[in-house]
Design a protein around this ligand. Sequence first.
Ligand code: NAD
Length: 374
Amino acid sequence: MDTLNELRTQIDQVDRQLLQLLAQRLELVKHVGEVKHQQGLPIYVPEREAEMLHARRAEAEALGVSADLIEDVLRRIMRESYARENQFGFKTVNSAIKKIVIVGGGGKLGSLFARYFTLSGYYVEILEQQDWQNAVNILKGTDVIIVSVPIAKTVETIKRLKPYLTENMLLVDLTSVKRAPLQAMLEVHTGAVLGLHPMFGPDIASMAKQVIVRCDGRFDSRYQWLISQIQIWGAKFYQVDATEHDHSMTYVQALRHFSTFANGLHLSKQPVQLANLLALSSPIYRLELAMIGRLFAQDAELYADIILDKPENLAVIESLKQSYEESLAFFIHGDKQAFIDSFNQVKQWFGEYSEQFLKESRQLLQQANDYRQS
Ligand code: NAD
């Protein structure tokens, strides 16, 4: 027992040293943040991150430490670092911009962007639903208008902006669907237009590595500065045609949100207690439950609007019903071989991704298990 206590004391001491080193590293990150802020350099530089991880992995192996361990630890530290680099603000890419108005800027996503613009030295005003009688004053002298209202209200809100728009203004939207808002913006405005879809929710700790879909509208040279500004925040852009974007969103969002909702609905009607299921759950089941459960901590209206956006979504969802029936039929008929054949067809469709996903999900599962408390 004495030996064990002695060893535990030594481990505690080493952990404290790790803590000191961590504090030292975060202090250095603070200075990096200051320098990047002054020079307008992006928060996330993929090459630097890849080089650094490669070098540490090799050094870890030379010391007999697992390369995956050091990569895990460093990635977690880097995530913390990216979030901390925000606190110094960001360089103002376009100092000619005197005013940015975010319509719906009191909402979740609008307020996130308002914060980032303010951190980048821009003057931001909000136009909320109760502010329209004062819209003339709020929109006077505005260089950029960003629309971030619920999907179902986006097109009508864009149309409502028409009397206040002048040729020199940049009109942008952040809506999760792109074709209709982009078209409406191009119709009401003769100046520069840009459609954006941030592929993340409002609860991110940092924009580093986050993806924003970009659907160009008109006069892209007039909003190049905005793209550069957002890149400094750490986000990556993915440029795509609005119709193609909406088509992909049928699968990326509508189908997925629907099936997650249906799974939650189904489970909630079963004669089971969530706490009991969790107590018996494997890490993967817990993670799957978490992916379902997190939907219900968010905004029902947003999901309804995404699913209702276009008839194509319902057609694909309808075909999901058929796939359920087809899958169930294997078992109703006890046709094990048909199930195995179908399984192998799907496996082929996933191709190399299925091995890659197995590897990626292993990391997530280990992490889910680390945080397990009950
Ligand atoms: P939200 O409901 O939190 O915010 C919307 C805001 O718009 C609210 O503050 C509301 O008061 C305001 N508003 C409503 N009608 C208005 C009007 N007529 N004039 C002015 N303001 C009005 O919603 P959100 O989640 O922030 O979503 C806003 C936009 O961002 C949506 O288009 C959504 O598709 C998009 N988006 C959201 C997410 C997300 O995860 N939340 C992710 C990507 C894109």
